[in-house]
Each structure stands twice: as C-alpha cells, then as structure tokens.
Design a protein around this ligand. Sequence first.
Ligand code: ADP
Ligand code: MG
Length: 416
Amino acid sequence: MASAREALHGVFGFSGFRGMQEPVVARVLSGLSTLAVMPTGAGKSLTYQLPATMLDGTCIVISPLIALMHDQLRAATANGIRAATLTSADADREETIERFRAGDLDLLYVAPERASQDHFRRLLESARVSLFAIDEAHCVSEWGHDFRPDYRLLRPLMDAFPHVPRLALTATADAHTRADILVQLGIAEDGLVVAGFDRPNIRYAIRPRDSLLRQLQALLDEEPGPGIVYAPTRAQVERIAEKLDSGSRPVLPYHAGLDPAVRAANQAAFVASENMVIVATVAFGMGIDKPDVRFVAHAGLPKSIEAYYQETGRAGRDGDPAVALMLWGADDFARARQRLSEVERARLPGERARIDALAALAETAQCRRRVLLKHFGEDPPQACGNCDNCLDPPESADATEAARKLLSAVYRTGQS
Ligand code: ADP
Ligand code: MG
C-alpha cells in the first residue's frame, strides 16, 4: 500500500501506521464496508481521514456532538485536509454546500439528525460521496452505552447510496453491541475488524473496601506520580479530597458542582503536575491528554465494565508502569442494579449485562486482564503476570474467599 503510506507521511507526517489502522485503511480503499473496534486513542479518525484525502469525492462523517466535530475539523484543517462541518451552529453553510458540490471537500462532518432530512439526501445526490464514516457508532445500538435514536436514520440514507462504502468506528466492543451495530448500519459480518485492547503496562488490582482512606493512602504512598481517584458522588469527592493526607503533594477535587473557573484551574494544575492527585467524579478525564498518569483508583464502582476500561485506560498512556485499583463495597453491585430503572432495563438491555460483567471481574480469582479482555472479545493468555490475582494468587487467602462469598450473597439479593 505504497500510496497510503505516502499519504500517511505527506498529509499527517506520521512515520507508520499503528495497530489495526493499516488493514482498516486498506479495506476502505478497496470499497469494503467495515466496523472497526479500536480502543480510545488508537487513532480511529485517521482510518477515514486518510482514505478521504485519496478517494474521489467527499467523505461524509457522522459525529454525535458539535464540539467533537469542531475539534476534528480543527485538527484536519491543520493537516491541510479540506474539511467542513454542516451544523446549525455554522454560519457558512451555503459556502460549505457549494464547496461540497464543487468537489472541494475531503471531509464533511454532519450530525445524525441531518441524515433524515430529504434535502440532505438530495444534496448528497447532487455531489460525489466517497465514503460514509460513522464515528462513535455504538450510538446506533440500544446495547451500547450511549444510544442515540437519530443514528437509526443513517441506514436508510446510506442504503440510497449502495456503492458508497461504510466505515463505522467505536471503542465499545462487547459482542452484543458489535453484532447490533453491524445489523443497524448494514455492514456484513466479515467486515468486523477488532484491535487489541490490552494495556500491558497497567497493573490491575481489585479489592473489597474495608477502610477506604487507609487503602487510598497506601496507594498514594506507593505511587508518587500523578493520579486520579474516582468517587461516585460530589460529596464523596469533597470528603476524600479533604481527608487524604498526602504530605507535600497537592490533592484537589473535581466535579460538576464546582465553580467552572475552579474546575478549569484544578484540571489545568493536574495536567501540568508531576505529583498531584485529583479526586473526581466521572465528569473528569474525557478529552484530557496526560500521558504520565501513574494510577487510577476507583473508590466506588464504575458504571460498567466499559467505563472501567475507559477510566483505568487514562493511566500509563506513556507506556510506563501504572496502577489501576478498584475498591468495591459489599452492596455496590446491588445498588447499581437497583439504580437501573424499569425503563432503562427495557430500553438498554445491555446495561444489566455490563454491571454483571463488572461484578464477575471483581469476583474472579483468575487473571483480571484475561477476564477484562475476554469481555472485549479477545482470548488472552491464562495469566498476565501483572494483576493482583497473578502476582498474589488468592486461592489461599481467606480474606479473599470471604469477600467472594459476601459478593455472591450480594448477587443473590441484587437479582430480586
Ligand atoms: P481515537 O478516535 O481512536 O480515540 P484519535 O483518532 O483521536 O483516536 O487519535 C488519537 C491520537 O493518535 C491523535 O493525536 C492522532 O494524531 C494520533 N495518531 C493517530 N494515528 C497515528 C499514527 N499512525 N502515528 C502517530 N500518531 C497517530
Ligand atoms: Mg475518536
């Protein structure tokens, strides 16, 4: 694929493809529809942006958020790619439409709502479309964690252009969601490409919570670098941030209830710091690029196994050793299941399964990495050598056995 490599170098200035980028790009260039499941940060955008610069016509990119589109637009334009967004927030829509019709755009970003509009379909018919790229494609599935009904309008639109290949992209990988995305977007089963989810430098550890502050303190003493402690509520964030005594190390809170200026300042301080601990709700972390985070601790349950993967994945992006510690309480799982309302249960059938998968990960005496990666469809070795269960096998540990029994009891009550 000499020309794709040339474009990779010439347009993006990168020396090589990463992970599964190359096979995905090759499929797109051969006109094959594809669902690419790759972890966050793996470089999914490039898999449509690069073909978009090589193919005749314009790649239509479906993206769920205007803010996300504008980020992508900035980055693409900075690389000299001819790109535009077509949203209600854009004043230059007429100009964009003219550029599109004139074949002067590589990429056109639109929101899924637009796909249902007749005049948008007619607009596509009046121009040349090279590719449909559907970013955050799990939004099309009720099994996904972020269902957006408007994504269901994409299939009828794309079916009107049967010769245009489709590239769906997501970091969400459970088997149900994947299979559903393929159906909902009309992509053949053999169009699935899954990239490795393993983060070998992260050491996973999951323990019952006995004395939260003491357990967090021990982690802080062990890991002097920057770290994130996730807590389920604002009140818990405040309490932990106040009570953690980290000596000379700064500890700051982050949650949606803080004054926006304070929140921004705390985030900026964390990004710049070499030893700060930020205690945060899940509001923290999205879009933050800090490669040297040395630990991510969960003081309570993440929302799902996907959320656990994503949140722990913020540790060790520089490839150096990092720790993911989750501390769970006896009734966390029961409460998580109760929180799912009847409506959610009916509308989001995958939600319950995701909590169950998280419980299985917490309960297992096997390699954590193996259980985690198996959830994402991989078949890793029996033992990774870099998780608590591999490093300190629990068979003999009474405490762990007791914890497992307790958790099993909680399961049963949680079922009701
Ligand atoms: P994703 O959407 O999968 O989370 P992005 O497309 O946002 O990831 O890419 C993440 C980062 O990786 C970006 O900064 C991008 O420029 C960079 N990147 C992508 N592909 C490569 C590559 N082949 N070589 C080096 N950096 C890359
Ligand atoms: Mg992306």
